[in-house]
Design a binder for this molecule. Structure first.
Ligand SMILES: Cc1cc2nc3c(=O)[nH]c(=O)nc-3n(C[C@H](O)[C@H](O)[C@H](O)COP(=O)(O)OP(=O)(O)OC[C@H]3O[C@@H](n4cnc5c(N)ncnc54)[C@H](O)[C@@H]3O)c2cc1C
Length: 417
């Protein structure tokens, strides 16, 4: 008996690598494959009808108008054509038949692979199934994940409009800063008393909150949203325990959910993300996963972790290529990320845990400082705020036992520590 999938036309080509998901990890994986001498077929299957692009500017420079869409791609469209990487844009991978090594596609075709790399990223958490928030699907309630979302949001960033942002994570705070710069009235709501405190601790969270308040953002922390309603004058009403807040526009920025469905249906081991080893191989040796969806074993930290950051997507893209090329490389680097909000730019590196002690070098009030996190006398993580070209050095300090007084003494040259 023939398998149902064989009724679909299969792309006739030499077997090679199929990457599902046309984001940052995909772009860097195919680039590293070709740079590493891989000569077999390479295909990217991508739901979005866009050449792979970087998402960080979507909440910052793109929204502010200082970086146009055509500058978001890490590699130009020509590179893919010149390097025989087939970009199948606007096509979704619908299922994976792991035993046949075949991916079924939304255009009713299928494609066979020798190696399959899943890089499907995350989607925005919605207010319905994800957060039980009535009204989340009303017109004017937006989310931000894709270039298309960012274009829609940008069109609405008109001076004097009222934007309410539900969620004070990185994307919520970044969009708050961008919208405020565009002259909107911005209100940020979160049930947390201090934004970003879970990720970065109360000291830094308070610093960011003060920056937003100083720039005119209405910060209503400790406020839980029960739903979103329609007002009589065409405005939206964001309902909270302390009253309704009128809005022309609402941004739901309440986190992201990994796009794991393909992996689950393919029978791969999935926890929050797709479980992969230090070489990004899943429980099926022909299938790898990378970027936001990968729950990967980090050899330096000795545990699996899933990281939703730009640097991780780039590095894991390259690592997946190394694994396919047969190189013995591992996921051994420390997490890194950055953010820009108003005049604050920062970079973080390391593995901060909740109980780690924050040690500030410099004065936070000056806007330029470094925070080290210390665990049992050893530096576990560090962050440079408005101080540049030091993050590589901070990375080299992780794991060192340097006395707190030495870290804080501005008389000590940082680069000598
Ligand atoms: C607005 C925004 C701002 C950010 N800012 C920062 C920042 O300042 N600093 C930082 O470090 N990180 C930031 N990030 C995070 C960073 O962009 C992500 O970690 C990174 O994009 C992850 O790359 P990825 O390739 O794993 O997934 P993505 O870039 O999300 O790409 C996944 C792609 O797969 C596609 N896809 C999903 N399912 C299928 C399917 N079945 N078939 C085909 N295609 C599929 C999706 O449509 C998507 O295009 C930001 C993210 C966003 C959304």
């Amino acid at each position: 008996m023939e398998a149902a999938s064989s009724a679909r036309p299969t792309t006739q080509q030499e077997l090679g690598t199929v990457v599902v998901g046309g984001g940052l990890a995909a772009a860097h994986c195919v680039r590293a494959l070709r740079d590493g001498g891989y000569t077999k077929a390479v295909t990217i299957i991508a739901t979005e009808d866009e050449v792979p692009y970087e998402r960080p500017p979507l909440s910052k420079e793109f929204l502010q108008g200082s970086k146009p869409a055509q500058e978001l791609a890490p590699f130009p469209a020509d590179w893919y054509a010149e390097n025989k990487v087939v970009l199948r844009l606007g096509i979704t991978a619908e299922s994976v038949d792991a035993s046949a090594k075949r991916v079924e596609l939304s255009d009713s075709s299928s494609i066979d692979y020798e190696h399959l790399v899943l890089a499907t990223g995350c989607r925005s958490r919605l207010g319905g199934r994800d957060a039980n928030m009535p009204g989340w699907d009303l017109p004017g309630v937006l989310t931000l994940r894709s270039l298309e979302d960012a274009r829609g949001l940008k069109d609405h960033l008109v001076s004097d409009k009222a934007l309410v942002i539900i969620g004070a994570g990185w994307i919520g705070m970044e969009v708050g800063a961008s919208a405020r710069a565009a002259g909107l009235e911005v209100t940020v709501l979160t049930p947390d008393e201090v934004p970003l405190s879970t990720a970065m601790g109360a000291d830094f969270g308070s610093h960011v909150a003060q920056l937003h308040i100083a720039n005119g953002v209405q910060c209503r922390f400790g406020t839980k949203v029960s739903g979103i309603g329609q007002g009589i004058d065409g405005k939206l009403l964001v309902q909270t325990g302390t009253g309704d807040i009128p809005a022309d526009l609402v941004l739901l920025a309440i986190g992201a959910v990994p796009n794991n469905e393909l992996a689950v249906a393919a029978g791969l081991e999935v926890v929050t993300g797709v479980v992969v080893d230090a070489h990004l191989r899943s429980s099926d040796p022909s299938i790898l996963a990378m970027g936001d969806i990968a729950e990967a074993y980090n050899t330096t930290l000795g545990r699996t972790m899933r990281v939703e950051h730009w640097d991780n997507a780039i590095r894991q893209g390259k690592l997946a290529a190394a694994t396919i090329l047969g190189r013995d490389e591992s996921y051994d680097w420390l997490p890194y990320f950055f953010t820009d909000q108003f005049d604050l730019g920062m970079e973080y590196v390391g593995d901060r845990q909740t109980d780690d002690v924050a040690v500030v070098r410099g004065k936070m009030a000056s806007g330029e400082f470094i925070i080290f996190w210390v665990r049992e006398g050893t530096i576990s993580a560090a962050m440079n705020v408005n101080i540049w070209d030091v993050n590589d050095h901070l990375r080299s300090m992780i794991g060192k036992a340097i006395p707190v007084a030495t870290l804080q003494d501005m008389g000590n040259d940082l680069l000598s520590l």
